[in-house]
Design a protein around this ligand. Structure first.
Ligand code: FDP
Length: 287
């Protein structure tokens, strides 16, 4: 790995350590503000976003950031790296003490508009669960690190691979009321006795598929939200890089998530991600 990319990842790891600490010691109340999508922000959403911003500002290699919590991309300087991130995904799970996470996509660009997930030079998620872990995809595979008692990330899995297996995480089940194709697919998984593993947090749900090495996560759209809820830049593209580099796949039903150009920062996309054969099954059933 290039030294410069190593430095950028070090900055993001520092942010993750601080967010993990903030989750442990902070309240889980509301901030009294809304993000650009009209979603109520938690004090922890705002705090986590500030932590990532402040850490990125310390590293001159990072010239551009975009956050799910900010209305626009923010130029920090002339650094060649750009970081798109969701500082705290799964906010609705914070007050009930379920696992939540952060998501980072790293590019070399001076604007995010027009980029594709395939342009990422690295992607990383952090999971704040009983332990804090990160899963990182760079050009030499997908690795997991765990935060130890000395506040250092130690390699815990050096070659994450996703194959096939009967596990499913069906998001947006409301869609199955209107969409018979989704209802049929969910019924198929049930009839075939797939194991249900769904927490309601995209990061822990996909982390599980990565670490167990099998499964499918689905989040289709329907009705007034044909593209669903999940954002291409902040959530789906980094997840797609991690899954694809681990041997899995990610599609919106028609196009590979990594090949979708970003037309606007808050672009949403349906997503089917996990074991290759399951993603293909979703594409056939739902496209
Ligand atoms: P949350 O709204 O709690 O932040 O990205 C948002 C997300 O969680 C994902 O982590 C999760 O997979 C999804 O929303 C859950 O969506 P539903 O509200 O449809 O259950």
């Amino acid at each position: 790995m290039e030294d410069e990319l190593f430095s950028v990842l070090g900055t993001l790891k520092d942010a993750v350590k601080k967010i993990a600490h903030a989750i442990e010691v902070s309240g889980t109340g509301k901030a009294g503000t809304q993000n650009i999508y009209g979603e109520e922000q938690l004090a922890l959403d705002v705090l986590s976003d500030n932590i990532v911003q402040e850490e990125c500002k310390k590293n001159p290699l990072i010239g551009l950031i975009a956050s799910e919590e900010l209305p626009d991309e923010v130029k920090l300087g002339n650094g060649k790296y750009a970081v798109a991130y969701d500082p705290l995904d799964g906010s609705s799970l914070v007050d009930v003490n379920l696992a939540v996470g952060s998501i980072f996509g790293i590019y070399k660009t001076d604007t995010f508009l027009g980029v594709k997930g395939a342009d990422q030079v690295a992607a990383m998620i952090a999971v704040y669960g009983p332990k804090t872990t990160i899963v990182l995809a760079v050009d030499n595979g997908v690795k997991e690190f765990v935060l130890n008692i000395e506040n250092k990330f130690i390699l815990s899995n050096d070659n994450i691979k996703v194959g096939e297996g009967k596990m499913f995480a069906p998001g947006n089940l409301r869609a199955a009321i209107e969409r018979k194709d989704y209802l049929d697919l969910v019924n198929f998984w049930c009839k075939e006795q797939y194991t249900l593993r769904y927490s309601g947090g995209m990061v822990p749900d996909l982390n599980q598929i990565l670490l167990k090495g099998k499964g499918i996560f689905s989040y289709p759209g329907y009705g007034d939200a044909p593209n669903g809820k999940l954002r291409l830049l902040f959530e789906c593209a980094p997840m797609a890089l991690l899954m694809t580099q681990a041997g899995g796949a990610a599609s919106d039903g028609t196009i590979d998530i990594l090949e979708k150009p970003l037309k606007k920062l808050d672009q949403r996309t349906p997503i089917y991600i996990g074991s290759k054969a399951e993603v293909e099954r979703c594409c056939k059933a739902l496209s």
